[in-house]
Ligand binder design. Structure first.
Ligand SMILES: [Zn+2]
Length: 138
């Protein structure tokens, strides 16, 4: 499972756990396009993470630095800011039957309430709200 970043919530889902972060603004290294990147959010648990963004080409990356180590490594980051990305996230965290229920409800078809509630609870465990995610589909 890749790492997911929810810009509006300043939330990072990493190793299937959600971490709330803060907006931070500082130097974020250099982008592959050659321009300077800016940090946009910082997170920490046993490791520190920063999300960096290139104002020039828009690419975003996740930098990780273990507190005990001196190096920084880059990780793949999925920025959840569109319908396709929300779908990717739901596919990763919900069971196939829960995902189907959520899609049925989006279509306005009949759906299984208990399965939908299970999906809702799972999303809540990631400190997110399913209704917020489903709003991307409207
Ligand atoms: Zn760039």
């Amino acid at each position: 499972m890749p790492e997911y970043y929810f810009p509006e919530q300043v939330l990072l889902v990493i190793n299937k756990k959600a971490i709330k972060g803060n907006y931070v603004e500082s130097f974020g290294g250099f982008c592959h396009c050659g321009k300077i990147m800016k940090t946009v959010a910082g997170f920490s648990n046993d490791e520190s993470y920063v999300v960096v963004e290139c104002p020039s080409c828009g690419s975003m990356e996740l930098l990780v630095s273990a507190k005990s180590l001196d190096f920084v490594r880059k990780m793949d980051l999925v920025v959840v800011n569109s319908r396709d990305r929300v779908l990717e996230f739901l596919r990763d965290v919900l069971s196939p039957s829960e995902l189907e229920t959520v899609l049925e409800r989006l279509k306005g078809s009949r759906y299984n309430y208990s399965s939908f509630n299970r999906a809702k609870k799972k999303i809540k465990d990631f400190k997110l709200d399913l209704d917020y995610l489903l709003a991307f589909f409207q």
